[in-house]
Design a protein around this ligand. Structure first.
Ligand code: TYD
Length: 219
């Protein structure tokens, strides 16, 4: 059977009028804070934006999130982990991201495919290519218009995460997180057409001003 001509799922095809912005970065880089501040700022300017966080954002996605982040899930293999992130993401694209973009809305995502490329592809050693192929299938190759990378050293980031609140992935050793940061450096070069690197040091307000300057350029 020739599988090369298999079409993408029809549900993901068609014109997407909205703007899709993703936040990426290592642990403690402030993505959640900055994604929320951006949503508030855009709302104040009369531009309603849908904010989503990964993994999660749908019923099944939130259940997958529990499995993925709970230290009680036992030993999850790297490939299982990659598949679970992609499964949650696929549902989120179909149910939330794609309909919002179709309606012309702005979508802000706290992590997206690049997190899987960095954490599972490089951090866990699954390889960039299989994880990219898996996620192309899961998302219908839906790419962000802009990716804001919040740049912070691994040491500074991990110091911001309370040690008693670390989830299964945050609890990995420093070397794992150094590899993830290295992967993001590669992704910035690979996807330079959509990446902006923002210095994540400073107060939330200072970082927000840097983020907003970049976002304004594409809106
Ligand atoms: P994170 O943004 O840190 O969530 P929270 O702010 O709620 O702690 O994301 C949760 C963890 O999941 C984080 O350690 C990164 C990891 N992750 C992956 O390994 N692959 C992925 O594809 C995604 C989306 C997240």
């Amino acid at each position: 059977m020739d599988i090369s001509s298999d079409p993408q799922p029809a549900v993901f095809s068609g014109m997407l009028l909205g703007v899709f912005i993703t936040f990426e970065g290592c642990e403690g880089s402030g993505k959640t804070t900055q994604a929320t501040m951006l949503q508030d700022r855009l709302a104040a300017d009369g531009r309603e934006a849908t904010l989503i966080r990964e993994p999660g954002g749908t019923q099944v996605g939130e259940r997958i999130r529990e499995i993925l982040l709970d230290s009680g899930s036992g030993d999850i293999s790297p490939v299982t982990e990659a598949l679970l992130f992609a499964a949650a993401r696929s549902q989120l694209v179909r149910d939330v991201i794609e309909p919002a973009l179709r309606d012309g809305k702005t979508v802000i995502a706290d992590r997206y495919v690049d997190s899987s490329l960095a954490y599972q592809g490089v951090g866990r050693g699954c390889g960039l290519e299989p994880v990219k192929n898996l996620n192309d299938w899961a998302t219908g190759s839906l790419e962000p218009n802009l990716t804001v990378y919040l740049d912070l050293s691994v040491e500074d980031g991990l110091a911001r995460v309370e040690s008693d609140q670390k989830d299964r992935i945050e609890s990995e050793d420093v070397e794992f997180h150094v590899n993830v940061r290295y992967a993001y450096n590669m992704l910035q070069r690979l996807y330079s057409h959509r990446y902006v690197v923002v210095n994540a040091q400073g107060t939330p307000e200072e970082v927000h001003e840097r983020v907003f300057r970049e976002v304004q350029k594409i809106l």
